[in-house]
Design a protein around this ligand. Structure first.
Ligand SMILES: Cc1cc2nc3c(=O)[nH]c(=O)nc-3n(C[C@H](O)[C@H](O)[C@H](O)COP(=O)(O)OP(=O)(O)OC[C@H]3O[C@@H](n4cnc5c(N)ncnc54)[C@H](O)[C@@H]3O)c2cc1C
Length: 329
């Protein structure tokens, strides 16, 4: 079975219950919020509420992803499991080949994701499955070096996309498939030392491949100066009211821009494509949606607003952004 089994409970004190619905990748794996089994919430009046799916189903599903707008989560129980190992395979493939294989890959492997490098026509695919095989030696972290090289290529060859494409394809042609075995926290995490701004949307899974084709065409037809690879990942559906994965199998597509560059032209070119495919934005990343947009995307939006108004009638937990989207809808 690919879904992690809740084998052990881990009590976490004075910590949010993943209020924004973070996730990794895996067609059968939910966001971190789905692993929250119960929590303690302190509301604006100072009252303490103990919430779980059985005793307080509505409040619990409202609070598991609540953006800090319902109160302070002071205790959380997370479903955890013993340490386990993963076998990771990484390979390079043309983007169309990867997109056609994607449904089979996300069905077959525990984790599947891929990255498209703009102006290359090529992707890097990553799959993981559980294993008991011995660990392989730890590789040096080449992620940041790779990004810096792509940035240099943009600086040198940005004026000549076909030359850049040729250079990147030549580099990609020399990358051999790689297999690594290690404990999950080592194979699944990566260092991100290059600062960036990011927009990520979660789309109905079947719409993902076509949306990505449109994004690539928009970037390359408009000659957008961007070197950051575009990420494609998957997440299982859940029943958490404000989870971007509420009620649907999802895939996520993320675009990044170097922090010193103005992200507005790039993100405003891509966001309409996400919107066209019914995407819901990642709560921790950039988007331009308004209250009415969220109301149309989330079937339980109104229910959440009612719970919020009841628990915090004076809006003590609302900052300007939350006031804008949660009080004018
Ligand atoms: C390098 C990098 C990599 C990332 N990778 C991923 C990824 O792989 N997948 C992914 O999904 N996201 C990823 N993200 C985005 C990530 O989801 C957000 O940065 C994250 O949600 C921020 O949470 P925080 O607790 O650090 O921030 P905060 O801004 O402190 O908290 C986030 C929200 O939770 C609320 N909150 C905090 N504590 C409490 C509490 N005790 N009770 C109630 N509410 C509370 C806050 O009000 C706020 O709305 C990445 C971000 C970075 C910078």
């Amino acid at each position: 079975m690919r879904t992690p089994r809740p084998a052990r409970r881990h009590r976490q004190r004075e910590c949010g219950a993943d209020p924004r619905g973070r996730r990794g990748t895996g067609a059968d794996i939910g966001s971190l919020s789905t692993f929250v089994t119960d929590m303690r919430l302190m509301t604006a009046s100072g009252e303490t509420l103990d919430l779980d799916a059985k005793r307080t189903p509505g409040l619990f599903q409202a609070a598991r992803v609540s953006l800090g707008a319902l109160g302070i989560v002071t205790e959380t129980t997370l479903a955890a499991r013993p340490l386990y190992k993963l076998k990771r395979r990484t390979w390079v493939a043309p983007v169309e080949e990867m997109l056609e294989a994607a449904p089979e890959l996300w069905a077959k492997y525990r984790n599947f994701e891929f990255y498209y490098t703009p102006y290359s026509g090529m992707t890097i695919g990553i799959v993981n499955d559980e294993t008991d095989e011995p660990e392989t030696p730890e590789p040096v972290n080449e992620d940041d070096d790779g990004l810096r090289q792509l940035q240099q290529l943009q600086d040198w060859l940005g004026w000549a996309p076909s030359a850049r494409r040729w250079v990147i394809q030549t580099i990609f042609g020399g990358i051999e498939p790689e297999t690594r075995i290690d404990y999950s926290h080592k194979t699944l995490s990566s260092e991100r030392n290059v600062r960036f701004n990011e927009m990520e949307y979660h789309l109905p899974r079947e719409a993902g491949p076509q949306a990505l084709r449109e994004i690539i065409a928009a970037i390359e037809d408009n000659n957008v100066e961007v070197f950051f690879p575009i990420e494609f990942r998957t997440t299982a559906p859940d029943d958490i009211w404000l989870s971007p994965f509420y009620g649907r199998e999802s895939c996520s597509i993320a675009v990044h821009r170097f922090h010193e560059e103005d992200y507005t032209p790039y993100f405003s070119l891509i966001e309409p494509i996400f919107r066209k495919h019914d995407g819901r934005p990642h709560w921790g990343k950039l988007n331009t949606l308004k209250a009415a947009d969220f109301a149309g995307l989330y079937p339980k939006w109104r229910d959440f607003l009612e719970v919020r108004a009841e628990l915090d009638p004076e809006g003590r937990f609302l900052n300007p952004y939350l006031r804008d989207i949660l009080q004018s809808g």
